[in-house]
Design a protein around this ligand. Sequence first.
Ligand SMILES: Nc1nc2c(ncn2[C@@H]2O[C@H](COP(=O)(O)OP(=O)(O)O)[C@@H](O)[C@H]2O)c(=O)[nH]1
Ligand SMILES: [Mg+2]
Length: 254
Amino acid sequence: MRLIQNMCTIAEYPTPGSSGSAAAASIDCCLSAVSGRRLVKIAVVGASGVGKTALVVRFLTKRFIGDYERNAGNLYTRQVQIEGETLAIQVQDTPGVQIHEQGLSCNEQLNRCIRWADAVVIVFSIIDYKSYELISQLHQHVQQLHPGARLPVVIVANKADLLHIKQVEPQHGLQLANMLGCTFYEVSVSENYNDVYNAFHVLCKEVSHKQQVASTPEKRRTSLIPRPKSPNMQDLKRRFKQALSAKVRTVTSV
Ligand SMILES: Nc1nc2c(ncn2[C@@H]2O[C@H](COP(=O)(O)OP(=O)(O)O)[C@@H](O)[C@H]2O)c(=O)[nH]1
Ligand SMILES: [Mg+2]
């Protein structure tokens, strides 16, 4: 797998529907401007300090570095093989979601990232109960920003290497994910690459299937609609003669 580009910001990419018709927008958004390949866009969201940046960096580089720039919010692109097809995948790291007494507070930058995405990874840390409590509201918020379409979401419980100081039972994460209809992964970004890879891979697959289904009816429709035949002059002449003689008959009978 190849890292193509990094360190771009979300503002450089058009939001779906920002130009042209809805159909044109959906086609535009399914193709990568970088490689011309089908594109899958993933936003990684969650509370601060749960390991979002570590997760993204681990997925992209296979490495765990341990210390990351706070609230970087970078966009990364790479290619990934899904069921024999090479797709371009863009991963948007985001600043931590703020929690207030009234509930969730998402700034416009974060909302823009969520609207832009084809799929979302919601991360919490098993050593931070507050980050777990946020999941339901965050999931609801994500779906509200995509009205009319259920966005694929994977819930990732991170820091599984710190079980001895856990505040959240892993099975509670699983139960919540089941309730919300999401796939669930418990990972330790610091200790294991495979689980991280699988979480992104499953999401890419789900988006890829959705894109294929969305494009199929259009293709089928165009192949089912009969093309207008070029006018057949012989047939036109015959029909004209028929119409003329019928008129003549009517006139004679009167
Ligand atoms: N022990 C442990 N620490 C982790 C793990 N993932 C991330 N961290 C640490 O958690 C802290 C916050 O990570 P970061 O990726 O910056 O969190 P973000 O604010 O959600 O982007 C950093 O010190 C990371 O090294 C993990 O799986 N295990
Ligand atoms: Mg971060």
